[in-house]
Design a protein around this ligand. Structure first.
Ligand SMILES: Nc1ncnc2c1ncn2[C@@H]1O[C@H](COP(=O)(O)OP(=O)(O)OP(=O)(O)O)[C@@H](O)[C@H]1O
Length: 305
């Protein structure tokens, strides 16, 4: 079942069309990476899903319920982490989650048990300091705990890792991976390595249009350009082997750089024997031979111009 469905959603600000006929679905218990450059329209889309902004046309459903602007009914199924979460800085994490729980009408015992569980999940249990002294990473982690307090079916995170250092990013990604067991996650970002680490599916937004959508491994497979990378010994000039390699029928392109020969082929596995036979015949001193993994970075560059 799809937890989130957008059907031909469009939005303009004045004369500028920011989102055009956007349709996609996010299946239950998946982590959906919503990818796009700055200004692609990710935040605008998320605000429409939350009913904070009105689309000009199209329909949005969350857990089968139609989202309507200004009516936050569908929001009871959503936890939202904005790009810069705001807190009452004079409170500590426990006090803050208690306040959030009370505002949303949770029972005292539920607030206590969920606060304990969520502060453990985000690594803030036992932290009794006031929030105003927290690092960005700690604030993002508390933001995730707050967003999960009502056990939402859909967790929406707007660029949760963008402003963090590598350690802070890893912590957030680890928490989201764990949260995946309990909820469905829509996660916007322009950091493709983060997407590769935790997302099952992606949607690539470019100038308000979805230019690519699907399962991460299917997409990588479909867009893969088979490349064999050969590292040669110091004594050898890679260019010496390049011309001969270019003549092999399986090879479509050869690039050399310092001690590296990059060989593009139709199928890296099928061409392996021919390439290795050639390298052996020419007595090329091979230090390393590897088939390059296709990366989302390459896919992104192919679909976004
Ligand atoms: N309230 C608004 N009025 C006019 N233009 C807006 C408004 N909100 C967003 N825009 C424009 O819509 C486009 C998409 O913005 P949006 O914030 O959705 O992009 P984004 O993909 O989230 O980018 P970023 O990663 O920079 O946040 C941008 O050109 C932005 O300037």
């Amino acid at each position: 079942m799809a937890i989130l469905e957008l059907d031909k959603v469009s939005k303009s600000f004045g004369a500028v069309k920011v989102i055009g006929d956007l349709s996609f679905q996010v299946p239950d218990h998946s982590v959906f990476g919503f990818i796009g450059k700055n200004g692609a329209g990710k935040t605008t889309t998320m605000k429409m899903i939350l009913g904070f902004l009105q689309q000009d046309s199209g329909v949005i459903h969350v857990c089968g319920e139609k989202v309507s602007y200004g009516n936050t009914k569908a929001n009871r199924n959503i936890g939202y982490l904005p790009d810069v979460p705001e807190f009452y800085g004079y409170m500590n994490p426990k006090e803050y989650l208690k306040l959030c729980g009370e505002i949303t009408g949770l029972k005292k015992e539920i607030i206590q048990s969920r606060t304990k569980e969520l502060l453990e999940l985000v690594g803030l249990d036992g932290v009794n300091r006031r929030i105003h002294g927290f690092s960005r990473g700690m604030k993002q982690r508390l933001g995730i705990a707050q967003a999960l307090l009502n056990e939402p079916k859909l967790l929406i995170c707007d660029e949760p890792t963008s402003a963090l250092d590598p350690m802070g990013r890893k912590e957030i990604l680890d928490i989201l991976s764990l949260a995946k067991n309990k909820t469905t996650i829509l996660f916007s970002t322009h950091i493709l390595s983060d997407v590769e680490r935790i997302c099952d599916r992606i949607g690539v937004l470019n100038q308000g249009k979805l230019v690519l959508e699907g399962d991460v491994s299917d997409i990588k497979h479909k867009y893969r350009k088979d490349t064999v990378r050969v590292e040669v010994g110091k004594s050898f000039q890679p260019e010496k082997a390049a011309d001969g390699l270019r003549k092999l029928t399986a090879v479509t392109n050869v690039r050399t750089d310092n001690r590296i020969i990059e060989i593009q082929v139709h199928n890296a596995e099928d061409s392996g024997a021919d390439i290795l036979a050639f390298l052996l015949k020419e007595a090329v001193p091979v230090i390393r031979y590897e088939i390059m993994e296709p990366s989302l970075e390459n896919v992104f560059l192919q679909v976004v111009v």
